[in-house]
Ligand binder design. Structure first.
Ligand code: MG
Length: 169
């Protein structure tokens, strides 16, 4: 594998674990606020991010590339109110999309079709992540300022269950 592509994928492992850490921080915040549905939502989201990290890890392993684990940064976010994590999540997912696109561009440059095929799944996944994050902001804007509305939204988010990723390596 091209060294630059391998390096970017290795870095992405760390970024996905950071995403998991960030979403756990959100879960932690909502848990302390008594919003157990929101807490559940972000705990499941953190699990998905760990899955993303493990997919990249497995991909490098499968291609005989050395994996190097670096320190995972402290989550950087100011959780000032119930809306703040939702907006931070959308911003973060847009950032992750840009990271996936950068790896894709490097793979494209190297005619690394195998990596491009792997990344096709992540490109689609990022589209879904951004839509989900954006929809959640809309729902919060519509219902979040009303206590009954917030209770209903919290109940909706409590129903989210973890599902393993559809991509198998
Ligand atoms: Mg991810």
């Amino acid at each position: 594998m091209n060294a630059k592509v391998a390096k970017l994928i290795n870095e992405q492992i760390n970024k996905e674990f950071y995403s998991a850490y960030l979403y756990l921080e959100f879960a932690n915040y909502y848990g302390a606020e008594g919003l157990d549905g929101f807490e559940n939502w972000y705990r499941v989201q953190a699990q998905e991010e760990r899955d993303h990290a493990m997919l990249f890890y497995q991909y490098l392993q499968n291609n005989n590339e050395k994996v190097t684990f670096e320190a995972i940064a402290k989550p950087e976010c100011e959780l000032t109110d119930h809306m703040a994590p939702l907006k931070a999540a959308l911003k973060h997912e847009q950032y992750v999309t840009s990271l996936i696109n950068t790896i894709y561009a490097a793979a494209y440059e190297e005619k690394d079709f195998r990596t491009m095929q792997l990344l096709d799944w992540f490109v689609k996944e990022q589209g879904e992540e951004e839509k989900t994050a954006s929809d959640l902001i809309t729902k919060m804007e519509l219902y979040g300022s009303d206590s009954k509305g917030l209770y209903m939204l919290n109940s909706e988010l409590a129903a989210r269950t973890y599902a393993a990723p559809s991509l198998v390596l």
